[in-house]
Design a protein around this ligand. Structure first.
Ligand SMILES: [Zn+2]
Length: 158
């Protein structure tokens, strides 16, 4: 049986007299569905933060805004952090990339919890807007005394 598809309500079988019988199935346990995409996927970190269509939409939108050093799904959280750790870019550029990654993970988790515990659905595009706002505020604030991020501010504000 495919565990990522719907489970059958009935099974059918022939009894010893060759009569087709239909039996209703009661499941003691059903694997958890992903809160975001409603697929019967185990809601582990790799699904939730990478291979889930919701996460893929968030990372895809963010990478159109700021170049992230990891490809989209299929990936794992370890794969994404490895790519960030190996990323060869100027320090300010890396710092912004790390902050976007951290905000992405945080807000994908936040959106999942809002939906699961408060029945409040936040779209991927809304979450992307929130992440961008957080990053803009953070780096405008950090740039004020140091100007370390000045060359990136136009991109962040775009
Ligand atoms: Zn999912």
């Amino acid at each position: 049986m495919q565990i990522d598809g719907p489970f059958p309500e009935y099974i059918e079988f022939f009894n010893e007299d060759g009569v087709l019988l239909r039996q209703h199935v009661t499941y003691e346990w059903i694997p958890s569905k992903c809160t975001h995409c409603a697929i019967n996927a185990t809601e582990d970190d790799s699904h939730l933060f990478s291979s889930c269509s919701y996460a893929a939409e968030v990372w895809d939108s963010l990478s159109h805004w700021w170049p992230l050093p990891f490809s989209n799904s299929p990936n794992t959280v370890e794969g994404m952090t490895d790519s960030l750790a190996r990323y060869k870019a100027p320090k300010a550029h890396r710092q912004i990339s790390y902050a976007i990654f951290a905000a992405g993970i945080y807000f994908i988790w936040y959106a999942r919890n809002q939906r699961l515990f408060k029945n409040h659905r936040i779209s991927a595009s809304q979450i992307v807007c929130t992440i961008k706002e957080q990053i803009r505020h953070r780096f405008l604030f950090l740039n004020t005394p140091t100007c370390n991020y000045s060359i990136h501010i136009d991109v962040i504000l775009g």
